[in-house]
Ligand binder design. Structure first.
Ligand SMILES: *Cc1c(COP(=O)(O)O)cnc(C)c1O
Length: 351
């Protein structure tokens, strides 16, 4: 703390990202990165863009990327927002759509950045408990609120919610924005983007960090009614005119255009996930049904914190959350075949 800080800074409780270890040898299954590289076409597009034009500012609106997203999802570019990682897109949504004096609703077990943004922007929230099977009960969200947000599939549970439940939620809350954070949607969930034309209160965010394997590039998007997008644009243009650099705009656009590579790598992750789920179950774990590129699992006889520490001794890092309700779970990213095997071999020895 320092006397130079704005007073509110001392009360901020920042988000703590998963460890990015310096040791290259570790099997890193803790931050849900994609084991396959980005589309070769995305890499090529960025290499072409790496030239003297870098002296010029990028397109402040990232139109090239908005077009690619619009085409991919069959929406208009006016329904698309692009930002520097979906975390930034979410931050602008909290700032521009949820700061309205009424409480924001989200599940008690969810992405831990949401309460952090509430702290940053002074937004009250109510954390509504998931049911005993760790599923979202949409009925619970029919109460006065200033907005609703959750990931679908949820994080860190991996459990997906169906589109009819999401429609019920949208219909029950016509006066507040429902933000569906689809960071993991491409690994088995059904996107709500098709509902955007029907529900002006729906905003859907996605990231290129997981299914498109571009976590290092920092690109996220949102799709919603042009009025919602305009709020995000007004915040963005009051904060940073050029959130996406030249490389990010062309690389992300090319990643959306390379549908074949995208579908093939998503399917490979899904296939590996099913194998890992089978093997973990064989080792005595209970695994929540996952539609994501990670699984959330507990062992009825073993303490999760101790398991995570033992795995680390074996060179495998997974994510363990200290939050009471999920303290006996491990969140394990689906990695490359050898990484998954290293995890299973280590568990075999530990157990
Ligand atoms: C990874 C993740 C994000 C953030 O993605 P970035 O685009 O890398 O900022 C957002 N929401 C959830 C639920 C995530 O897991």
């Amino acid at each position: 703390m320092s006397k130079f800080w704005s007073p509110f800074v001392k009360d901020l409780v920042p988000y703590v990202p998963g460890e990015q270890p310096k040791l290259a040898k570790l099997v890193k299954l803790n931050t849900n990165e994609n084991p396959f590289g980005p589309s070769p076409k995305a890499i090529a597009a960025m290499q072409t863009e790496l030239n003297d034009n870098l002296r010029l500012y990028p397109d402040p609106n990232g139109e090239r990327l908005k077009q690619a997203v619009a085409e991919y999802y069959g929406v208009t570019a006016a329904e698309v927002f692009v930002g520097n990682g979906s975390d930034e897109v979410l931050a602008h949504a909290f700032h521009g759509l949820f700061q309205n004096g009424r409480p924001l609703l989200f599940p008690d077990v969810t992405y831990s950045f949401y309460p952090v943004y509430c702290g940053l922007y002074g937004i009250e929230f109510e954390a509504l408990p998931l049911d005993d099977a760790f599923q979202i009960r949409v009925e619970d969200y029919a109460r006065p609120n200033g907005g609703i947000i959750f990931p679908n599939p949820n994080a860190p549970t991996g459990c997906a919610l169906g589109l009819e439940a999401i429609e019920r939620l949208l219909q029950a809350n016509p006066d507040s924005v429902v933000l569906i954070d689809e960071a993991y949607i491409d690994f088995g969930g059904e996107t709500a983007i098709g509902l955007v034309g029907k529900y002006p209160n729906l905003l859907v965010s996605q990231t290129l960090s997981k299914s498109r394997s571009l976590a290092g590039l920092r690109v996220g998007i949102a799709v919603g009614h042009p009025d919602l997008i305009e709020a995000l644009e007004r915040i963005k243009n009051s904060f940073n005119s050029y959130p996406l650099d030249r490389m990010a705009i062309v690389g992300a656009a090319a990643a959306f255009e390379d549908k074949e590579y995208f579908e093939q790598t998503c399917q490979a992750v899904i296939d590996s996930r099913e194998q890992v789920v089978g093997a973990l179950t064989g080792l005595g774990f209970e695994v929540l049904p996952s539609a994501a590129n990670f699984v959330f699992a507990r062992h009825p006889q073993r303490d999760a914190g101790e398991l995570a520490a033992a795995l680390r001794e074996h060179g495998v890092i997974v994510r363990h959350f200290k939050q009471q309700r999920i303290a006996q779970f491990l969140r394990i990213t689906i990695g490359a075949t050898e990484q998954n095997q290293a995890l299973l071999d280590a568990l075999q020895q530990i157990l």
